[in-house]
Structures are given as C-alpha cells and as structure tokens.
Design a protein around this ligand. Sequence first.
Ligand SMILES: O=C(O)C(=O)C[C@H](O)C(=O)CO
Ligand SMILES: [Zn+2]
Length: 274
Amino acid sequence: MLTVSTRHAIDPVSAKALDTKGLRDAFHMDGLFAEGQINLVYTHYDRMIVGGAVPGGAALVLDHVKECGTASILDRREMGIVNIGAEGTVSAGGSDYAMARGDVLYLPMGAGPVTFAGAGRFYILSCPAHHAYPARLVPIGEAKQVHLGEAATSNKRTIYQFIHPDVMPACQLVVGYTQFHEGSVWNTMPAHLHDRRMEAYLYFDLAENARVFHFMGEPSETRHLVMKNEEAVVSPPWSIHCGAGTGAYTFIWAMAGDNVDYRDVEMVGMEDLR
Ligand SMILES: O=C(O)C(=O)C[C@H](O)C(=O)CO
Ligand SMILES: [Zn+2]
C-alpha cells in the first residue's frame, strides 16, 4: 500500500506563532515505517520527498505518485535509499541491489519503478533531477568521513557522506548519516543555516524510551520538537537544525537545493541563539 501526505512550505513569521501541535503538524514526520507499506511525505521544500518502505513478507513497488505528475516517480527525479533494517534488496533499472544495514543506494532519473524486498527498512529520499547519473550502491566503507566535535563538548561524531560530490555525482541530492562516539549526544552544534538548501533529518537507533530534542527555527526564535526512534523532521532553509539525545542515536541527513556544496553553510554564533 502507498500513502502520500503533503507538507507545505512554512515561512519564519508564521512558524513563530505555532504551538507544539502546530510545529509538529508542519515539520515532524512519524509513521514512515510500517510493514507492508510505502509511506511518503511530499514536501514543498525543494520538492523533497521523504519516506519509508518496509516490505516484510511481500515485495513493494514504488511507481506512480500522483503528486509528482509523471507516470513513474523517477521520470523527472533522482532517489537516495538508506537501509536502516536487516538485509534487503532494491531493484530498479534492470538491476538488483542487495543492501545491508547502513548501505546507501543512489538511483538516477529514468530508473523506472523501484521494488523493495526482504527484511530491509528502507528510508527514501527523492528530489527533482535534470540529468541521469549512474546508479550506485555505496557501502559505509566507500563513504567519505568527516570527524567533528569533542568528547568534552558532548558532540564528538563522525559524518559519513554517501551521496556527495566527493563520492559520486548527483543532480541536487546530498545524503549521509552521522554516528556519535560513546557519550556524545549533540548533533550539528555549533548550529548552522544554509539558505540555498533545505534539509531533512531521520533519527534512528534510539532505545524505546530515548528521545532527541531537535531544535529548529531562526537563530533568534528557536523551538524544539521531541523525536522518537525512526521519526523525521524537515528543516526549512531559514531554520537551524540540531539536537541532543537522552541516549545514543544515529541520524540520516539529506539536502536538496541550489548547490551540492556541503560546506556552503553560515555558522550561527552561540551569542545569536535565543
Ligand atoms: O552532526 C552534524 O554536524 C551533521 O551531521 C550536520 C548535517 O550533516 C548537516 O546539517 C549538513 O548541512
Ligand atoms: Zn545543515
């Protein structure tokens, strides 16, 4: 079964006035991963689609999505898929890709219907594309690593860049995930902004009772959302996006927009956060 919901783009003036439910309705995404279902959220932030596919006992096929206005979802889009579950297979464009936990798959524009099978829990990201680059399965050993933070500031972490210009070409999709060293809980702190790209975070590997307090908003108007395991949040281009966990977690970040330069960010000074 396929479900698709829509998130419209919210401006910073409107966002200031939202209460907890309003913020969650606008930015928070849950229920993406349900056995036997493909659940997508079509956002109007650079038209990024965020979703999940959990085939369980029977293969699931992702093909026509009315919101995209094309016969098949990848007719004018590219896609990144991250397996956060056990071994599974994704098939597209006449090829089968066996995906272990943590593997990332890039599928280009024109790859056709996408089939999900096996015990995988597949996180899906898709944005408009203008060129068909080669499909590629990227295991963690082929990702580029960036080491950031310190144990003393509880933010020592390794950023793994998969769909990234230093690893492989893509049109506008940039995808990777961030793992923490023991005891570090803060992601993306010091915080940053990137007006030329939206971003979406999926928090996973959380224990049942653990939560991530995710911070968003303009630096002078921050708000928080409390996130459980396998919940996602969309970050508008005007918003910071960072968080602290009450326990261990991993998060997948994905961006789309005007450029693919990961370093094209504006750092936010601690003195500017409110
Ligand atoms: O922990 C971090 O710092 C990140 O992973 C940052 C994200 O990758 C990001 O926000 C990229 O713009
Ligand atoms: Zn960012």
